[in-house]
Ligand binder design. Structure first.
Ligand code: FES
Ligand code: FES
Length: 401
């Protein structure tokens, strides 16, 4: 039986491409097999090793788990398309100087990711580079040279302004700033936890007393915001009840009643085939005068031993008599096997999905609707499903995205 194919209009390395593709064909296979752009390598084919990294609308994405049928109209840039890119020219020279490759299999993905890193975070140090590179594996283990090369280019760009690109695989632009929670006098709330798994601090009962907030080292920083159709005082009142706030977070639940100053909670997050259940402790510090507060949290996923440290700053802004903007700024550090969840596109996708779901649940709660005690866990892989659904809806004309 003949395979069903679909017409695709896409741009690759500045060249318009019209093609017929099967829905199941990965972007990596399309680039390598159909366009003969074999600079994009395939390692794990599961979105883990980073060898297949390309740019989708300017942002790094794993081409082994992206599908051309969902990228209609997108601009794809492969390693071949960056041959004359000035930053890539610097990186290639630095990789050569520092002997930053052995077999070279990981190198295209490393270079594409390295370019994104030095553009986003010019001047960053070696530790931060290692953190940013956590999702790119070198089977030759040549990390010392790779990090050194990237650091040289980053240092040379230290005075440059950061360049951040949100690609098609990144969260929708409508959700792009931090969320903040208003806090009652000397009390804080838990809404921040809605934004990131890092916010749900780890459950470590050895820390009987609230931990002193620590300065996060090289954190992932994400800002989200959304509007709620309710007066600020009403939203504030809800935020004073950690149980109600936590109930708005997909996959989250309090593990014991909160006294308003501390939160013990658990949150499940799925990332494709992986699932993490972060349990931990959060300390709330409120600034009622500013309708804002801060939550410091630490936690661990006991199964993978991945540890998380997070800080969430929230603020409620009055936009009108019946409209409140919730802004949240989250900074977090992941250490351990699931550190790849810190990678830019994945972290932004998680943040956008958490925010969207939290905002919808919050709206429902403010209207008196019931929120399940523990909503289904967030699935970062849902990005793929959402895109697939949107594509199917368009294909069969049933509305949808
Ligand atoms: Fe795509 Fe490994 S081949 S991440
Ligand atoms: Fe061989 Fe990285 S240089 S996999």
């Amino acid at each position: 039986m003949n395979a069903v194919t679909h017409a695709l209009s896409i741009e690759v390395n500045g060249r318009p491409i019209e093609a017929e593709v099967e829905p199941r064909q990965s972007l990596a296979d399309f680039l390598r097999e159909d366009l003969l752009l074999t600079g994009t390598h395939l390692g794990c084919e599961h979105g883990v090793c980073g060898a297949c990294t390309v740019l989708v609308d300017g942002a790094p994405a794993r081409s082994c788990i992206a599908f051309p049928v969902m990228l209609e109209g997108s601009k794809i840039t492969t390693i071949e398309g960056l041959i004359d890119d000035p930053v890539m020219v610097e990186l290639r020279a630095a990789f050569t100087r520092e002997h930053a490759l052995q077999c070279g299999f990981c190198t295209p993905g490393m270079l594409v990711m390295a370019r994104d890193i030095v553009l986003r975070r010019p001047g960053l140090d070696a530790a931060a580079i290692r953190h940013e590179l956590a999702g790119n594996l070198c089977r030759c283990t040549g990390y010392a040279g790779i990090v050194s090369a990237i650091q040289q280019v980053a240092a040379a760009r230290a005075q440059e302004a950061p360049v951040v690109t949100r690609g098609a695989l990144a969260p929708p632009p409508s959700y792009a700033s931090p969320l903040t929670l208003p806090v009652a006098p000397s009390r804080a709330v838990a809404p921040a936890m809605a934004i990131s798994p890092a916010v749900i601090a780890p459950v470590d009962d050895s820390e009987a007393a609230p931990p002193v907030p620590e300065l996060l080292r090289n954190p992932v920083e994400i800002t989200e915001e959304f509007d709620v159709a309710a007066p600020r005082a009403t939203v504030w009142a809800l935020f004073q009840d950690p149980a109600r706030v936590i109930a708005c977070l997909p996959g989250a639940q309090l593990t014991e009643p909160s006294d308003g100053n501390m939160i013990r909670a658990r949150m499940v997050v799925k990332l494709g085939p992986m699932q993490a259940a972060f349990g931990g402790l959060g300390v709330i510090v409120a600034d009622p005068a500013a309708w804002s507060g801060t939550i410091h949290g630490r936690g661990v996923d006991e199964k993978s031993a991945t540890r998380v440290q997070a800080r969430l700053v929230y603020r409620l802004e009055e936009q009108g008599e019946n409209l409140t903007r919730v802004r949240v700024e989250v900074a977090y550090v992941l250490q351990g096997p699931l550190a790849q969840m810190s990678r830019g596109a994945i972290a932004r996708d998680l943040a956008a999905r958490l925010t969207a779901t939290f905002a919808a649940n919050l709206d429902r709660a403010l209207k008196g609707g019931e929120i399940a005690a523990e909503a289904a866990p967030l699935d970062a892989g849902g990005l793929f499903l959402a895109m697939l659904k949107g594509w199917l809806a368009r294909l069969f004309g049933r509305g949808g995205a």
